[in-house]
Design a protein around this ligand. Structure first.
Ligand SMILES: *Cc1c(COP(=O)(O)O)cnc(C)c1O
Length: 455
């Protein structure tokens, strides 16, 4: 038995769907989602016995729910944390042309595994291997999903069921689930710890080498440093020890810059070129750390070892997709023109951005920020940025920040995170710090335009 519509405490779904407001929702979100949202809003009113419930309120509730449901979860942010290659914020930002190359590859059929010259099947590595060899001087190269995958593939290919001596000073965790002992175990290799946390000597490696040894491995400690009474065996010396025993030397460089950062006044970070020249047989490093490209794991080294990795069925499971290959190819080509690299590669441009430049951005934004937060002290102050992604953890780059003081800084941080393009800073010494290093001049207007209209 049905009550007459006029006396029902709730409008009917049909009536709601026929309203002009619903027509807008139907156009944007489609019949299925709109009806579901209206039904949910009706149920909420009925359950809460929130009567009378006019149609306008129910339509508003459904519109809000639909807007939330259809908003992108992964969104661009203003990274004002002071950490340039922030792992949680997606590490290196790509050059626009590299991003466009990736988007074009996603929209189209491509020559991903097709050789135009012969009209036959090609190799996806062929797009980047020659570039990597040219840049690093390696004999051969391949690429996988990320550097963790690169280490996994190398160990699984060369050391399955065999021993790998690693210095106790290099048994690192890179945040998340990347820990050398765990990767080693999952790769099927047996970790043989050598030396001590602070000091490992050549004789420690020599004593560990036996019939079960597959290779020697050196791991860049990346995100931490051992100082004081320390000793480590350098790449050249370790290569000598490995080769004398007929074993390959593998080096996991982590960030592995492809250029000498000292040329731009940054601290020196080991390059794959240097490792190979010092005698390493294989070097692994990330695509989205100091290299400034998309997420990828790059492996360079001797041709016969790379060939064995390409024959490992695991390679297929770890391979890169066409979009990232397109972006990586573009980024690697920028390295062929080192004179313009700094201007073209955002990661390098941001890391080498002069203090005066950053300070000028902060000063230009200051009046707008003061207007937005009238009841809080706002200032420009010097600060220090970090490179991030475990690169050069002890080095800090001189930078400038907008700082906002006052009470309840957590609320302030929440307000800034709720902007259409969320603004992320960091709270320290009683203020919220917005490091302006990664806010380039062409973004200043859009940053100001979305500040709260006074808080
Ligand atoms: C960052 C890092 C990794 C992991 O690289 P991803 O690209 O994040 O997978 C592995 N080893 C070292 C030494 C690193 O610094």
């Amino acid at each position: 038995m049905q009550a007459p519509a006029a006396r029902s405490p709730l409008p009917s779904l049909d009536a709601l769907l026929r309203s002009p407001e619903a027509a807008v929702l139907l156009g944007r979100f489609g019949r299925h989602a709109t009806a579901a949202a209206l039904r949910a809003a009706l149920t909420a009113r009925r359950t809460a016995r929130a009567f009378p419930a006019p149609a306008a309120g129910i339509l508003d509730a459904a519109a809000d729910a639909l807007a939330r449901q259809f908003a992108a979860s992964q969104r661009p942010v203003f990274n004002l944390t002071g950490t340039v290659l922030h792992t949680n914020l997606g590490r290196a930002a790509l050059p626009p042309e590299a991003a466009e190359a990736a988007a074009e590859a996603l929209r189209s059929a491509t020559t991903l595994e097709f050789d135009l010259a012969t009209g036959r099947r090609g190799e996806r590595d062929a797009h980047i291997a020659p570039l990597l060899c040219q840049i690093t001087g390696a004999e051969a190269a391949t690429v996988v999903n990320n550097n963790a995958a690169a280490v996994l593939l190398v160990l699984n290919t060369l050391a399955l069921g065999k021993q790998v001596p690693v210095s106790r000073g290099e048994l690192i965790e890179i945040g998340g689930a990347f820990r050398i002992p765990d990767i080693m175990a999952r790769a099927g290799a047996v970790l043989r710890e050598v030396g001590t946390t602070n000091r490992t000597h050549a004789r420690d490696y020599q004593a560990a080498i036996g019939p079960e040894t597959a290779l020697l491995m050196r791991v860049h400690p990346s995100n931490y440093a051992i100082t004081g009474f320390t000793a480590a065996v350098g790449t050249a010396e370790l290569a000598g020890i490995a080769h004398a025993a007929g074993l390959p030397l593998v080096e996991d460089l982590g960030s592995g810059s492809l250029v000498d950062l000292a040329a731009w006044g940054l601290p020196h970070e080991p390059t794959p070129q240097e490792s190979l020249a010092a005698g390493a047989d294989l070097v692994t490093f990330s695509g989205d750390k100091l290299l400034g490209g998309p997420q990828a794991g790059l492996i360079v080294g001797s041709a016969n070892v790379i060939r064995r990795m390409n024959a490992n069925p695991m390679k297929r499971a770890l391979r890169l997709d066409k979009a990232r290959l397109a972006a990586l190819e573009h980024v690697l080509r920028l390295y062929l023109d080192p004179d313009r690299l700094r201007d073209r590669l955002p990661a390098l441009r941001l890391l080498t951005r002069p203090y005066a430049d950053i300070r000028a951005t902060a000063e230009r934004l200051l009046p707008g920020l003061r207007d937005a937060f009238l009841d809080r002290p706002v200032a420009v102050e010097p600060c220090r940025s970090q490179i991030g992604s475990g690169a050069l953890p002890l080095d800090r780059l001189p930078s400038a920040a907008l700082t906002i003081g006052g009470n309840s800084l957590e609320n302030l941080a929440t307000t800034l995170r709720a902007r259409p393009r969320p603004v992320l800073g960091r709270i320290a010494t009683g203020r919220l710090w917005l490091d302006c290093r990664c806010l380039e001049p062409d973004q200043e207007a859009s940053f100001l335009a979305q500040l709260p209209v006074r808080g």
